[in-house]
Write a protein that binds this ligand. Structure first.
Ligand SMILES: [Zn+2]
Length: 194
């Protein structure tokens, strides 16, 4: 029986870089892996990209209405690991399917993603991963003030906002960006404390 892992953190904590490093380690040892990304993340299309310039093609771009059961035939004995980027965008059903794969196909599944959205609410995929994963690890990133960032704050035209859809891909509209933010800085923005 293999494990389902959830490695989460705020924006810019190096999730994609960490995933690509793990992929590299497997492949360097001649192991086959499968890299998955939800299609809803349109950034870099069918590639993973990291801020430090690494890039890698995705093996499965999974649609929101799609089931992993369509891909079970790919998950054979030769696959050593399944790696998922932007796992917060998986549906609850898709997380359950990956959980099934880890146990019944005996393939470790490592999911990287955000825990909470810009309103500090769990993403549905992350909620199910917190519920089902065998092991969790928090990846660290730092707020502007130097403290550990736990939240993802949305800025539109450089102004803090809690408005809009919970899925708005960074850079998909030119005026939207996200910043990793610590609890105190987030609270000051949220409650307009100076
Ligand atoms: Zn801060």
């Amino acid at each position: 029986m293999s494990k389902l892992y959830f490695r989460f953190g705020a924006m810019n904590c190096g999730k994609s870089s960490a995933l690509m490093q793990v992929a590299h380690n497997y492949e360097e040892n001649g192991k086959k892996i499968v890299v998955i990304k939800p299609a809803i993340d349109t950034k870099a299309n069918d590639k993973l990209s990291s801020r430090i310039g690494l890039e890698r093609k995705v093996d499965i771009l999974i649609g929101e209405d799609e089931s992993f059961t369509n891909y079970y035939k790919l998950f054979d004995n030769f696959i050593s690991c399944i790696l998922v980027d932007e796992a917060q965008f998986l549906t609850e059903e898709q997380v359950e399917e990956l959980w099934y794969v880890s146990k019944m196909f005996n393939i470790p599944v490592i999911c990287y993603g955000l825990k909470v959205d810009f309103r500090s609410n769990l993403f549905p995929g992350s909620k199910r991963l917190l519920e089902l994963s065998d092991e969790m690890e928090e990846l660290i990133t730092i707020c502007e003030c130097g403290k550990r960032a736990k939240f993802n704050v949305r800025y539109v035209d450089n102004k803090y906002t809690e408005d809009g859809d919970s899925v708005l891909i960074d850079g998909s509209t030119s005026n939207t960006e996200y910043k990793p933010t610590c609890g105190k800085c987030y609270m000051k923005l949220k409650y307009k404390i100076n």
